[in-house]
Design a binder for this molecule. Sequence first.
Ligand code: ADP
Ligand code: MG
Length: 157
Amino acid sequence: GAMRHLPYFCRGEVVKGFGRGSKELGIPTANFSEQVVESFPSDISTGIYYGWACVGNGDVHKMVLSIGWNPFYKNIKKSVETHIIHTFKEDFYGEMLSIVIIGYIRPEKNFDSLEALISAIQEDIEEAKRQLDLPEHLKLKEDNFFHLPEGKIVNNH
Ligand code: ADP
Ligand code: MG
């Protein structure tokens, strides 16, 4: 489930999520459309992943990604949400988000408190930063995928 499909390249528009208040927690997540999510391998594991991300033709940044069950569809559909480890000046709804998913961190979990959830995500972010500094992972940051013309949806090129 988790590693077989990695690295996984994906490009798609950033759409409005379901307002779980990720931004209020200081951890905004850029959501992909249902169509893009459905293009993912159906047996890819839910959970938290790390990789690289780029908005439009901007710089490539570290990211953590969650593949989870979409509460908006009574948890029968997956959602894919990317938190880019970078501070942006503005929101980027409607822009093209390119990602490469490289590694798996952990499965989805339920938390007893908001504090526990936030600290788990902070740990995920630290783990992603460490992993992505490894030479074999840094290499993918320079992948041609991030320098292809925009607008084209390329899944797993
Ligand atoms: P939504 O429910 O609409 O996804 P969020 O609270 O998750 O709302 O915020 C996500 C939005 O925040 C993204 O679509 C993007 O426009 C913006 N954003 C700003 N900074 C980041 C970041 N570092 N990572 C991801 N999204 C960001
Ligand atoms: Mg979101």
